[in-house]
Design a protein around this ligand. Structure first.
Ligand code: DAK
Length: 257
């Protein structure tokens, strides 16, 4: 029987995905990417989806990058196809309508860092190492790193990381805004669970609207983006969720979403 490359655990719409190639530090080869895409396509259509967490198997790595052995002999055309496959998959992850959390439990390099960048949240263990070391291999990031990294941390730091290939520790990743939280590795799992439960417990329509407003708004000029916010704000009043949330506050009870 073939190995499960992406383990999926679904707890009432809070879905945990584990990239399962620990012997290769969860490096992304075409099979992993194809399997990830298949799983994401299934998740895309689900109305009951609340949050998605993605992590790497084992205690050493989130993802140590694209699979170097697989890439080594590629022609430019094959490299283009590989890059397109990964970009399409990462776009699916980025545009899932619910919050996505990268739980970074170790090496987060190259394509691994790019995978984390395609998530809304990144939470890291204090032994995690981040970087875009592609120039050390004679290439550049090919899974969105040259575009998502500057949008996350600014062009100066993105240029620093992409042209030196240096690795940064979790504390520096936190300082530059690459990750949201850093903690001891022993606390990471519990925090991931707590965070996704928290995200999943909030009003699902409102959480989706907040994500859409931020993601889509960043692609627009400010006036259009503010108009989008108003439209989504008004949309929140169209369903039961806002009535329940505000009634619960007035009635001094917890909302039931
Ligand atoms: N690919 C394939 N195998 C990898 C790997 C990777 N990225 N990273 C680690 N492994 C494998 C190692 O080969 C080793 O396998 P065995 O020898 O045991 O069979 C196993 O994982 C354990 O690794 P190490 O023995 O090296 O473990 P260490 O603790 O000593 O070192 C390390 C850990 C993460 C520092 C080291 O493994 C390392 O430097 N790994 C490579 C990190 C890296 O350079 N990542 C970026 C890869 S490039 C594109 C353009 C560019 C890209 C993609 C597409 N297009 C335009 C299409 C590039 C993307 C990248 O991500």
């Amino acid at each position: 029987m073939s190995e499960t490359l992406i383990e999926v655990v679904d707890n009432a719409g809070i879905v945990r995905l584990t990239i399962n190639r620990p012997k290769a530090l969860n490096a992304l080869n075409s099979n992993v990417l194809a399997e990830l895409e298949r799983v994401l396509v299934e998740l895309e259509g689900r109305d009951d989806l609340r949050a998605v967490l993605i992590t790497g198997a084992g205690e050493k790595a989130f993802v140590a990058g694209a699979d170097i052995g697989e890439m080594r002999d590629k022609t430019p055309e094959q490299a283009r196809a590989f890059g397109r496959q990964a970009l399409a998959t990462f776009k699916r992850l980025e545009t899932l309508p619910v919050p996505t959390v990268a739980l970074v439990n170790g090496f987060c390099l190259g394509g691994g860092c790019e995978l984390a960048l395609a998530c809304d949240w990144a939470v890291a263990s204090d032994n995690a190492l981040f970087g875009q070391p592609e120039v050390l291999l004679g290439v550049i990031p090919g899974f969105g790193g040259t575009q998502r990294l500057p949008r996350r941390v600014g062009p100066a730091m993105a240029l620093d990381l992409c042209t030196t290939g240096r690795k940064i520790d979790a504390a520096e990743a936190l300082r530059i805004g690459l990750v949201n939280r850093v903690m001891a590795q022993s606390e990471l799992e519990a925090y991931g669970e707590e965070l996704t439960q928290q995200l999943g417990g909030n009003g699902p329509q409102a959480v989706r609207a907040a994500k859409q407003a931020i993601h889509d708004g960043l692609e627009q000029d400010l006036d259009s983006a503010l108009a989008l916010e108003t439209a989504l704000f008004a949309f929140c009043f169209a369903g039961d969720e806002q009535k329940e949330g505000m009634s619960a506050f007035v009635e001094k009870r917890k909302p039931s979403f």
